[in-house]
Design a protein around this ligand. Structure first.
Ligand SMILES: Cc1cc2nc3c(=O)[nH]c(=O)nc-3n(C[C@H](O)[C@H](O)[C@H](O)COP(=O)(O)OP(=O)(O)OC[C@H]3O[C@@H](n4cnc5c(N)ncnc54)[C@H](O)[C@@H]3O)c2cc1C
Ligand code: SF4
Length: 478
């Protein structure tokens, strides 16, 4: 009888790829996890129990066929594992690196539920596609036939790029417009290199270019080109612009020098540290934590990226203020632990009340406690009166979340319907908006979300576009 290659979770312990020591990784912006060696990837994949109802797959937004690619990896059939993995995910090596697996696939792994420790799904996914790149299995798209229809995509983030890839597979002509100089959206300028090295993103951009996608960069729709001009030029438009309006802070002194927005801070750092760009605000020290006492306000993934960036830039101290406790923070627990290992201090149940100094010198902090649950069931933070104290700071980074820009006004398109939060109203499973031929996907629809959901939206939307194009072509042929 053939040897059983799977179900090794009883005899083999869960193991992650090696994490670099905090003192070493604090010195650079390289990723902190090493790659699995082939034998280790096979061993870890073999822990999968191949359960009848794969909860991991159900909780992956892309419904990746995880049990199958784990089985193929465990049995050394890596090229087939890659084919299965890329069939449902446009950027598996990116998701393997930055999905919050503890809340998605791995958090729902059956053997995790039974106390054996989850299969390290994300690391295996990353390993499969990194190997595929190394071996030359990842190729530009060559559609079986070219179509005459063209689609304009506004926004070169993961949502827009996933849609571009799927459209090219169907032979549609694609132009992607972006106001930045490099494609990738937040993959390029938001997420730091220690989570996602930039050559991983740039090689995907190149692959799309080689697949026939036209990129028009440094082009802001609504400023350099109007939305109406794009509508006239293309058969369909996809809006994939993300959310970039930073939520702000009030209170005395909130306008002081040295209080900056997270997105500006991270973009400057990504440009300077990862691409070697000259960034005036980084050079001047305005967006550089070197030698400073840094306070970051917020408890989400953006805040975690800011604190860890500040450590790497050589801040003298880095503190994170969050108004709830650790159990109730929105950021990933894994990233919080990484930040703690790197020397970040968390001040749970604290919020800023104001700031001292024309150039900021201190944050006036008030202590909080968790009160009664609100309508969503989450305990609301309440101020503990008289608990104020001063937290010295000479750089304060606001990481309080993002909301959408007012696109109907900026683009002079009042018919582009938005929700009361300003996100574009579109059907979740198709991206169709109220305007014929206009689709919307990713964060601009969901609000600040995840890369994996933007990819899912991009893929779903292309199915709808192709259906609509085919229906139109059928009517024209009658
Ligand atoms: C700091 C940070 C860290 C994050 N970390 C993670 C993580 O670890 N894991 C995870 O899954 N998610 C993470 N996210 C969330 C994730 O990055 C987003 O959910 C995802 O990038 C959304 O993709 P998108 O394509 O909708 O938009 P984006 O990635 O925001 O891309 C939108 C693009 O549209 C362009 N654009 C906007 N307006 C215009 C215009 N008028 N004209 C032309 N171009 C325009 C922008 O320049 C941008 O390139 C993080 C977000 C931030 C801010
Ligand atoms: S895409 Fe994300 S959620 Fe899905 S299997 Fe990969 S890491 Fe898990």
């Amino acid at each position: 009888m053939a040897k059983q290659p799977m179900l090794k979770f009883i005899s083999v312990d869960r193991d992650m790829p090696q994490k670099r020591d905090a003192d070493t990784r604090n010195q650079d912006f390289d990723e902190i996890y090493a790659e699995f060696a082939a034998a280790k990837a096979e061993e870890q994949s073999s822990r999968c129990s191949q359960c009848g109802v794969p909860y991991c797959q159900n909780h992956c937004p892309l419904h990746n066929n995880i049990p199958d690619w784990l089985h193929l990896t465990a049995t050394g059939r890596l090229e087939e594992a890659y084919q299965v993995s890329q069939a449902t995910n446009t950027f598996p090596e990116i998701c393997g690196r930055i999905c919050p697996q503890d809340r998605l696939c791995e958090g729902n792994c059956v053997i995790e539920q039974s106390g054996h420790g989850t299969v390290t799904i994300g690391s295996v996914e990353k390993y499969i596609t990194d190997t595929a790149w190394e071996k030359g299995w990842v190729k530009p798209v060559k559609p079986a036939h070219e179509r005459t229809e063209s689609v304009g995509i506004i926004g070169a983030g993961p949502g827009g790029l996933a849609a571009a890839d799927m459209l090219r597979r169907a032979g549609v002509q694609v132009t992607v417009y972006d106001r930045y100089d490099r494609a990738g959206g937040l993959l390029t300028y938001g997420i730091p290199g220690f989570k996602l090295e930039k050559d991983i993103v740039m090689r995907r951009n190149k692959q799309l270019e080689d697949s026939g996608v036209t990129f028009v960069m440094n082009c802001e729709i609504g400023k350099d080109v109007s939305f109406a001009e794009l509508q006239a030029k293309h058969d369909a438009l996809i809006v994939a612009t993300g959310v970039y309006k930073s939520r702000d802070l009030g209170g005395p002194g909130a306008g002081a020098k040295g209080i900056v927005k997270a997105i500006d801070y991270l973009t400057a750092s990504n440009r300077a540290a990862n691409f070697g760009d000259t960034v005036a605000e980084f050079e001047s020290g305005e967006l550089n934590a070197s030698g400073k006492k840094v306070v970051v306000i917020g408890g989400g993934d953006t805040a975690m990226d800011c604190v860890r960036t500040a450590v790497r830039q050589g801040a003298t101290s880095v503190k994170c203020l969050y108004r709830r406790d650790r159990a109730n923070m929105p950021g990933s627990q894994r990233e919080t632990q990484n930040a703690e290992e790197e020397g970040v201090q968390f001040e749970w149940l604290t919020a800023p009340k104001g700031f001292k100094g024309d150039a900021v010198e201190a944050v006036i902090v008030e202590k909080m406690r968790l009160g009664a649950p609100d309508a969503s069931g989450r305990q609301s933070p309440e101020v503990i009166e008289g608990s104020d104290y001063d937290e010295p700071a000479d750089l304060v980074i606001k990481a309080l979340g993002f909301s959408p820009e007012d696109l109907p006004t900026l683009w002079d398109q009042p018919e582009l319907e938005v929700t009361r939060w300003g996100t574009i109203k579109s059907e979740f499973t198709t991206g169709r908006t109220a305007m014929p031929g206009v689709y919307a996907i990713g964060d601009i629809v969901r609000g600040a979300s995840l890369v994996v959901w933007a990819i899912r939206d991009g893929r779903d939307c292309v199915e709808a576009i192709l259906q609509d194009m085919n229906a139109k072509a059928a009517v024209a042929a009658e």
